[in-house]
Design a protein around this ligand. Structure first.
Ligand code: AMP
Length: 248
């Protein structure tokens, strides 16, 4: 497994038939399932690890975002990953973020109003990474369904050459969607957290689900139904959790 930090060095590898998995590191089984799908479908698997500063609307969240690079590299090596791309913010944002990509429909929904600028940061960094890596397929988790949808629409709108593939959400045995931020939950918060998935999966109304979450101690940003799915975002203490399920 090669670790590359500069865009030019990546290009010089001259890889073909690439499956690409962008991440912010602090890897868990959710990330590794995506890597396994890419491993089955593509000759070369490339994973990026980049804690993208422009997608954090909350500077404390950026500062406290878990960073476990040595462990991440070991995990990726044992999954048979070919290349890990770990760029520097100074190279990715050599333009000081003066060029940025905005979308003004999907990104105004769900998380959009609660995280100003977040999706501009996501779309801009994903476009840059796709340009550097040039993958045939790029893989994203359904856990961040709004993000997946935005990236699929971006690929269409900008005639990108990569196929955008969604991978189902991986959960803990108690239903909690795996997330790098789960490690920041206290023991008590971790016990309450699976209720987010339970309330999404139940047949109560959206309003009733929201009340149950609030009664359990969540500070709820939204519970909403859209695109045949039920979505929620809510804080436990300082940790913001999101999840979504298909409505049957
Ligand atoms: P992140 O490192 O959180 O930016 O996530 C990198 C990729 O992994 C994104 O496409 C996420 O949607 C995906 N991902 C994160 N958590 C999960 C999960 N529990 N199940 C499936 N995919 C996930």
């Amino acid at each position: 497994m090669k670790t590359i930090t500069r865009a030019l060095d990546f290009r010089e590898l001259g890889l073909t038939n690439i499956g690409f998995v962008p991440t912010m590191g602090a890897l868990h089984q959710g990330h590794l399932e995506i890597v396994k799908v890419a491993r089955q479908e593509c000759k070369n698997v490339v994973v990026s690890i980049f804690v993208n500063p422009t997608q954090f609307n909350d500077q404390d969240d950026l500062k406290n975002y878990p960073r476990t690079i040595d462990r991440d590299l070991e995990l990726l090596n044992s999954e048979g990953v070919d290349v890990v791309f770990v760029p520097e913010a100074s190279e990715i944002y050599a333009d000081n973020f003066s060029f940025r990509l905005s979308e003004n429909k999907i990104s105004n929904l769900l998380c959009g109003p609660f995280r100003p600028g977040h999706f501009d940061g996501v779309l801009t960094v994903v476009l840059k990474l796709l340009q550097i890596v040039g993958p045939n397929k790029a893989y994203f988790g359904e856990k961040d369904f709004q993000q997946l949808k935005l990236i699929q629409e971006m690929a269409k709108a900008l005639f990108l050459n990569s196929q955008i593939v969604g991978v189902p959400t991986v959960r803990e045995p108690d239903g909690l969607a795996m997330s790098s931020r789960n490690s920041r939950l206290s023991a008590i918060e971790r016990e309450i957290a699976p209720l987010l998935f339970k309330e999404l999966s139940c047949t109560k109304t959206v309003a009733a689900a929201k009340s149950s979450l609030e009664a359990a101690g969540f500070k709820v940003d939204y519970v909403e139904e859209l695109w045949g799915r039920r979505f929620a975002a809510a804080y436990l203490g300082k940790v913001r959790l999101i999840d979504n399920v298909k409505i049957s």
